[in-house]
Structures are given as structure tokens and as C-alpha cells.
Design a protein around this ligand. Structure first.
Ligand SMILES: Cc1cc2nc3c(=O)[nH]c(=O)nc-3n(C[C@H](O)[C@H](O)[C@H](O)COP(=O)(O)O)c2cc1C
Length: 222
């Protein structure tokens, strides 16, 4: 009998009560329901420091450099995963510093890239970003394209993961923020009460749908 596939869910937020952390839990629960063994890596809770260190900077003359024990432990978790799902707030059309630093230190030379046979080949990766922008916002398409370039092509593909995708949950603020063609910033009306609850329930469902589509999961039985 084959062992259950493993998913590494990488939650990247500085607050335990964030929407991002909540969506991370939703994703982990959906993966478990689909039969995955889930490793939930909460970078804040585990005290991960995103700043590069001398111990973990690449040595271009030595792709077998032994990195810090902390980074090696993270590498083992990446290696053990069949599917990797970073869940993060979109900051300035990119990953937040916490997640970026995890990639900087862990997806390192000789481990993620730099070998003729990539060690991470065959894994699948879904980048799940939460964005304050509204889906119809003129910035949204541009943001999605930027994330695709930087995360899917620049990181996943560069590290040998060809089966990767970027999914964005829009409207995470429940209070639209609009920048018009003249660069003026305005705030729309904040959602309250039932409308707010329905909005966030719909976001949960959309997170599950992104996962289901990417992993081609069987429909939920409940
Ligand atoms: C520093 C910073 C940069 C942000 N940049 C963007 C951005 O480029 N595009 C966007 O749609 N939202 C942006 N936002 C909004 C966040 O994506 C939004 O606050 C987040 O998804 C909400 O989830 P959370 O409650 O888990 O933090 C930014 C927020 C912050 C604090």
C-alpha cells in the first residue's frame, strides 16, 4: 500500500489571528480530508528569522555546503513534501519578507537549484496569496502576472518544480481600497454583520476551490 501523500502548508503571517493563518487552517483541513498527511509550518509560530545569515548564504564554489541546522531541518520538510502550499498576504505585489526570507535561506544553492538533476523535481506547488485588491481592480491582473513571474517561474520553476500555480484570494480587507487613474486613494464602505460573515465564508470556499482545482481533488463528500 502506498503511503499517504504529504503536503507542506507554509503559513506566513506575523499575527496568529490573521486571515492568512485562518486560510492556512482551512487549506490544511481540506488537504487532510483529501487524504494528505499535512505538515503545517507556521513561520511566525516557529520563530523563523527571514534574514540571511553567513551560515546560510550560498558558497558558489561548494554546492554541498552544509547549511545551519535550522535550515537543514526546513530542507528536510520541503523534501518530505509531495505538495507545497505557501499561504501568505500579498505585500507590494510579492511575498511578504517572512516568506521571502524562508525561500532565501532554505531554497538554497545545491538544495533547490544548482544541480543537473533538481532534487525538488516532481513536487507540486500552489502559491496561495491573499490580496486586499478587488478582483476587478485594474491592478489585479497586473499583480497576478507579477506573482506568476516572480513566484511560479522565478522560484518554483527555477528550483525544478514545473507543476506550480499561483492563486489569489482578492478582497481580503472587506473594505475596498481604490487607487484611481490620478493616483488618488479612497476607501469604500466596510462590510459589517451578516454581509461580512458571508464575505469571509466565501473566501474560505474560494481557497478550497483553488486547492481542489490544482490538485484535482475528488468532490467533497459532506
Ligand atoms: C505592507 C503591505 C503591502 C501590501 N501590498 C498589497 C499589494 O501589493 N496588493 C494588494 O492587493 N494588497 C496589498 N496589501 C493588502 C494585504 O494583501 C491584505 O492586507 C492582506 O491580504 C489581508 O490579510 P491578513 O488579514 O491575513 O493580513 C498590502 C498590505 C500591506 C500591510
Amino acid at each position: 500500500m502506498n503511503a499517504a501523500p504529504t503536503a507542506l502548508v507554509v503559513v506566513s503571517h506575523h499575527r496568529a489571528d490573521s486571515l492568512t493563518a485562518h486560510v492556512g487552517d482551512v487549506v490544511a483541513a481540506r488537504l487532510k480530508e483529501a487524504g494528505y498527511e499535512v505538515d503545517l509550518l507556521d513561520l511566525r509560530a516557529e520563530g523563523f528569522d527571514p534574514r540571511m545569515t553567513e551560515a546560510d548564504q550560498p558558497d558558489w564554489d561548494d554546492r554541498d555546503k552544509v547549511y545551519s541546522a535550522e535550515v537543514r531541518a526546513h530542507m528536510a520538510r520541503v523534501l518530505a513534501a509531495d505538495v507545497i502550499v505557501p499561504v501568505f498576504p500579498v505585500y507590494w505585489n510579492s511575498a511578504p519578507a517572512l516568506l521571502k526570507g524562508w525561500v532565501d535561506r532554505v531554497w538554497n544553492y545545491g538544495f533547490g537549484y544548482g544541480r543537473s538533476k533538481p532534487r525538488l523535481a516532481g513536487k507540486r506547488m500552489l502559491w496561495l496569496g491573499l490580496a486586499g485588491a478587488a478582483e476587478g481592480d485594474e491592478f489585479a491582473a497586473w499583480m497576478q502576472e507579477t506573482l506568476e513571474r516572480v513566484l511560479r517561474e522565478g522560484i518554483s520553476f527555477y528550483n525544478g518544480i514545473t507543476d506550480a500555480a499561483v492563486a489569489v484570494l482578492y478582497d481580503t480587507e472587506g473594505e475596498p481600497q481604490i487607487v484611481d487613474a490620478d493616483g488618488n486613494f479612497t476607501k469604500g464602505e466596510a462590510l459589517t454583520g451578516d454581509a461580512r460573515a458571508a464575505h469571509y465564508a466565501a473566501l474560505d470556499r474560494r481557497a478550497e476551490e483553488h486547492l481542489e482545482r490544482f490538485l484535482e481533488l475528488a468532490p467533497q463528500t459532506l
